[in-house]
Design a protein around this ligand. Structure first.
Ligand SMILES: *Cc1c(COP(=O)(O)O)cnc(C)c1O
Length: 387
């Protein structure tokens, strides 16, 4: 890896590790008597005498707190790569919508996964209402390859949420580019420390920062990164006209949280693997998925393109009632949606009705608790929920 300079801050030493990068990502050059990470800049407008020139004019277009966060995200998504732009949004869905609605026109075709994030079907309906043809195929088995002909955009979600299937990003990106389509990868579950879609050939890496990137369950955020200047200009324009911008406080909290990203990800993901191993021994557990498990159907592909496998484990209990009793019996795990936070959460995913999952399907997000405590709590709750 080349020496990666932050565009304004100090250069990372060549070969710097993920922890080193995470704690310094996006920091400006130190200034005497100023904090290391400058506080949030609360401004709807900036002093602007004379001709309106940037960078800071109006708060819907740019904000210095976003600038530092965008630099941090760019450094993590594409270390050592020049010309990668990052844009932050009010939420993951704002980022997803910014790519879809800025890149597609009436008459275009787009390929979505049919097992992706539960709000994608809503995006699909809206795209169709605008005269865009939407095709879908499963994530597993690179099935989206079959429906690429004539598409303008391929949307990949790997690992998929909540089924944790994986597809080969490089293979799909090459096939899409050969047909003239752009490629976006939803990188929410992996985080930039788990997977770098732009290096795998994607044109956009898009994510919800609400999940493990910020990791405390207290911020909604999204981002888009990309290398194609023209495509990113359209995404930026969409942000301006939709106004789906993060508040300065949220942007600052996110940047502060990124400093611990490597610590959290390594701890949570190692515990997720330990939990998956423990669950594999339980007869009441079926459909166990974790891409880091060597015998998981997704492991071979995941191992080629991922550096870390995420903090989400999914599995199925025999009945809806059993799943509800299990969730109720957990002491260290909150029954809540979302994932990636330092406090473990789990939910019976079927309660939302949007995903094609069995009634007893559990999406489990592993937090930063001591691994022995968490695994013991889960095994105890499994036993307690038997009757
Ligand atoms: C949560 C999530 C989103 C949406 O993010 P929000 O921040 O909730 O808007 C998009 N994609 C995936 C894979 C997600 O898990």
């Amino acid at each position: 890896m080349n020496d990666a300079t932050t565009s304004a801050g100090r250069a990372f030493p060549e070969g710097a590790g993920d922890g080193t990068r995470a704690v310094r990502a996006g920091l400006p050059e130190p200034v005497k008597h100023e904090p290391t990470l400058p506080g949030p800049v609360f401004a709807a407008h900036f002093h602007l005498p004379g001709d309106p020139t940037g960078p800071y004019t109006y708060g819907r277009d740019e904000n210095p707190t976003w600038t530092l966060l965008e630099r941090a995200i760019g450094e993590l998504e594409a270390p050592g790569q020049d010309g990668v732009e990052a844009l932050v949004f009010a939420s993951g869905m704002a980022a997803v919508s910014a790519v879809c609605f800025s890149q597609l026109r009436a008459g275009d075709a787009v390929v979505l996964p049919d097992d992706g994030y539960q709000a994608l079907p809503l995006v699909r309906t809206q795209l169709e209402a605008y005269g865009i043809e939407v095709r879908t195929a499963p994530t597993g088995g690179d099935a989206q390859l079959e429906v690429l002909d004539g598409a303008k955009l391929l949307w990949i979600e790997t690992p998929s949420n909540p089924g944790l299937d994986v597809c080969d990003v490089r293979r799909l990106a090459n096939a899409a580019h050969a047909r003239g389509a752009r490629v976006a990868v939803d990188n929410t579950l992996a985080t930039p420390l788990g997977q770098r879609p732009l290096e795998l050939g994607a044109d956009f890496s898009v994510a919800s920062g609400t999940k493990q990137l910020t990791g405390h369950g207290d911020v909604l955020l999204g981002y888009v990164t990309g290398r194609d200047t023209e495509a990113m200009a359209a995404v930026r324009r969409w942000r301006k006209i939709a106004g789906a911008i993060p508040g300065p406080m949220e942007a600052w909290l996110a940047h502060r949280s990124i400093a611990t990203l490597q610590l959290r990800v390594d701890r949570q993901n190692a515990t997720a693997l330990a939990l998956a191993r423990a669950l594999r021994e339980r007869p009441e557990v079926t459909g166990l998925r974790y891409p880091g498990l060597p015998d998981d159907p997704a492991h071979r592909t995941a191992a080629r393109q991922m550096r870390r496998y995420g903090c989400v484990v999914s599995f199925t209990l025999p009945t809806r009632a059993r799943a509800d009793r299990f969730l109720d019996a957990l002491r260290l795990v909150d029954d809540a949606t979302s994932f990636g936070g330092v406090r473990s959460t789990a939910e019976r995913r079927g309660r939302w009705g949007g995903d094609a999952v069995p009634e007893g399907f559990i999406r489990f997000s592993v937090g930063a608790e001591d691994p022995e405590d968490l695994v013991a709590d889960v095994l105890r709750a499994l036993t307690a929920s038997a009757s």
